[in-house]
Design a protein around this ligand. Structure first.
Ligand SMILES: [Fe+2]
Ligand SMILES: [Fe+2]
Length: 496
């Protein structure tokens, strides 16, 4: 049984698991802590097997399974409370409409009656004799014929779809409850290289069981879409940075650089100068009231930050020329960059402050491309992510468009030959456990800065924070995380 959140506590469990023993979590209603424990254990398990890239997919699928099990139990409790026999076909249809409109949307209100009921759910992960991972979620009620038929129909349908876009076109209006979740699951599996037939839902007259096997060998399989091909082509055709900018970047890298020369050169390009000043102002380096000249501003910013601002300003100019303007993305990026810079110092990584800053500035540049290409689709993705309370948009972007904004951003960064730490900050800002070696800290800081910004806009919640990342920076609980966030917001307000 696993119930604790602290990472070190999972080591004995992992050892036990490797011996072939099952690891189980049993619950009547999945509390935040239960879900966190499952996420953290899966993160450790997948990372110990070099499969951390599967984490977001596996967590998204498990969440669906857990809530389907809970909804099935809640349905029984609801029927019992009304005294109506669940096996009565006609009554069932009528009651289901009521159940959906009253209970499903406010599932948490059922928590007390679920805790008091005899219905439970159980998450289990175990090693198979062939060294595959077998994960299951089961609840102690059998499937009704109606439920069984519906699940089978959804699974068959899911195999047909090429990408999630098609799902929307065909059945957007009736997508609720388990239906969409099952299709989502099959699409995610197709995209992660796990054969979709390794996901099964069975019922033996006593229990219902969703089971997923993660094989040692994965298939190289992905979702192919026309939009993805278009995006990759457009990235390959992006122009390089203008000569002046490249020269300036070069000057910033020179240890004997002359600030006056740099300031003069920037002043010859008024729009670049304006961009730098605006950026310096909103990122908290200077306050607009005090700014006298670009030379003064540069001294405050420092050469390293200036270089990164030049990179960010040019990236923005090029992307906005090629794609569309999205003011809100840049203001989000500037805030993330600001947080990332302060966080580095707060967490004892002062030496990475500038790098975390540029990582924050550019982390979402792939979104510009995504939003320009298909705004409708991106809105639908945001809706799904919110409804299903998925930790990040990445997995859903991959199954809908074939590529995520993180990967698009990474491709752009590579196209422009950005340093590896920038590439990783962009690529892994939603999946920080995938960062490698020396870049882990920078990526972790950008991830956390972005998470805080997302919490402020109600996109995320504190429990979404990855336990392994929190553990690596010495944050022991939610209270510490909130305190850290408050430190940042108070400083950010100060500069506005
Ligand atoms: Fe993002
Ligand atoms: Fe972001």
């Amino acid at each position: 049984m696993l119930v604790q959140r602290s990472v070190t506590d999972y080591r004995p469990l992992l050892a036990d698991f490797e011996k072939g023993n099952p690891v189980t979590v049993r619950f009547s209603y999945p509390s935040k802590d239960t879900l966190l424990a499952i996420n953290s254990f899966m993160a450790q398990l997948l990372s110990s097997r070099d499969r951390i890239f599967l984490l977001e997919s596996v967590i998204t699928i498990l969440r669906e399974c857990v809530f389907n099990a809970i909804k099935a139990n809640a349905k029984r409790i609801y029927f019992e409370s009304t005294g109506i026999d669940i096996s009565n076909h006609e009554e069932y249809q009528k009651m289901m409409a009521e159940f959906k409109s009253r209970v499903i949307i406010n599932l948490s209100e059922m928590e007390p009656s679920m805790e008091a009921s005899r219905y439970i759910a159980e998450f289990t992960v175990q090693k198979t004799p062939g060294d595959d991972l077998s994960i299951s979620v089961q609840n102690n009620v059998p499937l009704l014929p109606e439920e069984k038929a519906r699940i089978e129909q959804r699974i068959t349908a899911a195999y047909r779809y090429q990408d999630f876009n098609e799902v929307y076109e065909e059945m957007y209006d009736e997508t609720e409850g388990a239906g969409l979740g099952i299709i989502l699951t099959i699409m995610i599996l197709k995209n992660s290289g796990i054969p979709a037939n390794l996901f099964k839902i069975t019922s033996d007259g006593k229990v219902t069981r969703s089971e997923l096997t993660i094989p040692g060998q994965l298939r190289p399989q992905e979702v192919h879409t026309k939009i993805k091909d278009q995006i990759i082509k457009q990235i390959s055709m992006l122009p390089t940075f203008p000569g002046t900018t490249l020269e300036l970047i070069h000057m910033c890298e020179d240890p004997g650089a002359n600030m006056t020369n740099i300031a003069q050169k920037i002043s010859t390009d008024p729009s670049l100068a304006a961009d730098i000043l605006k950026l310096a102002n909103s990122a908290g380096f200077i306050s607009s009231r005090k700014i006298e000249s670009i030379a003064d501003a540069l001294i405050r910013i420092g050469l390293k930050n200036l270089k990164f601002m030049l990179i960010a300003a040019s990236s923005r100019t090029i992307l906005e020329k090629r794609f569309k303007k999205f003011e809100s993305i840049w203001s989000h990026c500037i805030k993330t960059a600001y947080y990332a810079r302060i966080l580095s110092t707060e967490l004892g990584f002062k030496q990475y402050a500038e790098q975390a800053f540029i990582g924050g500035l550019l982390h979402d540049m792939g979104k510009i491309v995504l939003l320009s290409v298909d705004l409708d689709m991106t809105n639908r993705i945001a809706e799904i992510v919110e409804q299903h309370r998925i930790r990040s948009t990445t997995v859903i972007e991959e199954i809908s468009i074939g590529i995520s904004h993180s990967t698009i951003g990474k491709l752009i960064a590579e196209k422009w030959n950005f340093a590896e730490f920038i590439v990783q900050s962009i690529e892994f800002h939603h999946t920080p456990l995938r960062a490698t070696g020396e870049f882990k800290s920078i990526v972790g800081v950008v991830y956390l800065a972005n998470l805080f910004c997302g919490i402020e806009t109600k996109k995320y919640e504190y429990p979404y924070a990855d336990a392994l990342i929190l553990d690596s920076i010495g944050i022991k609980d939610e209270a510490a995380l909130i305190a850290l966030h408050q430190k940042l917001t108070s400083q950010f307000k100060f500069t506005e």
